[in-house]
Design a protein around this ligand. Structure first.
Ligand SMILES: NC(=O)c1ccc[n+]([C@@H]2O[C@H](COP(=O)([O-])OP(=O)(O)OC[C@H]3O[C@@H](n4cnc5c(N)ncnc54)[C@H](OP(=O)(O)O)[C@@H]3O)[C@@H](O)[C@H]2O)c1
Length: 240
């Protein structure tokens, strides 16, 4: 299969949570900087061309649950994918199967990283939503009718946009569904020396939403490094 090399890069608390007040502690802040610098700093480890996020992660961080402004009477758009910008230096790729995200621009900024927005849709996204993306100059691909066709989506990211290395960047639902689908080669996790004990926050991997089963997966440790603020950076190969 012609797809990018996919690594899952995440920050967690000691108890494996990817959100929560532990992030505001000095130890959490230090781990956050470690996490960012590994993937997006001036000398990044993976040198990826895009990072993939679930719809909830995108709403929480970038589109803030705004509703897209849709024209239900817009003429039918051309069928198939829309490549607004091939070979961008960095893509923010959002898995948004039904077309819910209320974008206002085709670029976003995360830290000092600027990225072109690219949506992964399925056949559930409406014509009006696709027209909305085209108007904003946001690229999209269609992969699957009712559910995500992982292999097709990943192949399109490589062949249409030149993404050779892709970061799988959360949340837990997205991460686990990709691992279960065999679409993740490596796990890179920065564990902050902090926790908050909340029962309400998502973990690194989640079966919630019914997109994947809880079939156990083993990992092979590639490296372990102590980093700032008592954090540790663990890298694993995912056992097939
Ligand atoms: N600590 C970190 O490093 C880190 C990194 C990233 C995110 N986060 C946090 O994680 C939290 C969100 O995580 P989450 O697990 O609740 O949600 P998520 O994985 O971000 O998003 C889940 C949603 O994305 C879509 N989706 C994901 N996988 C899919 C698949 N295989 N097929 C079809 N659709 C799929 C679905 O959208 P629809 O509901 O539209 O169908 C699904 O409900 C946020 O609070 C975020 O800030 C933390």
């Amino acid at each position: 299969m012609d797809r990018p090399y996919i690594f899952c890069h995440m920050m967690t608390s000691v108890d494996g949570k990817i959100m929560g007040s532990y992030m505001e502690t000095p130890e959490g802040n230090a781990a956050g900087d470690v996490f960012y610098n590994i993937a997006f700093g001036s000398n990044p480890h993976y040198k990826h061309q895009g990072w993939l996020s679930g719809r909830v992660t995108t709403d929480d961080n970038f589109t803030l649950y705004r509703k897209p402004v849709l024209d239900e009477n817009v003429p039918l758009v051309r069928s198939g994918d829309f490549v607004a910008l091939p070979n961008a230096p960095m893509y923010y790729v959002s898995v948004d199967p039904s077309g819910k995200l209320g974008w206002e621009s085709n670029t976003l900024t995360y830290g000092d990283t600027t990225a072109h927005v690219l949506e992964v849709l399925t056949g559930k996204a409406s014509n009006a939503y696709k027209a909305f993306l085209r108007k904003l100059g946001i690229s999209y691909i269609i992969a699957g009718e009712d559910s995500l066709d992982y292999a097709l989506a990943m192949e399109k990211l490589k062949t249409l946009f030149g993404i050779e290395t892709l970061m799988l960047g959360g949340g837990g639902v997205l991460n686990w569904s990709f691992i279960q689908a065999g679409m993740c080669d490596e796990l890179s996790v920065v564990i902050a020396a902090a926790a908050d004990g909340s029962s309400e926050t998502p973990a690194l991997f989640e079966t919630r939403g019914g997109m994947a089963t809880n079939k156990a997966v083993g990992f092979t440790l590639k490296s372990a490094e102590v980093k700032d603020g008592g954090s540790v950076w663990l890298r694993y190969r995912i056992n097939k």
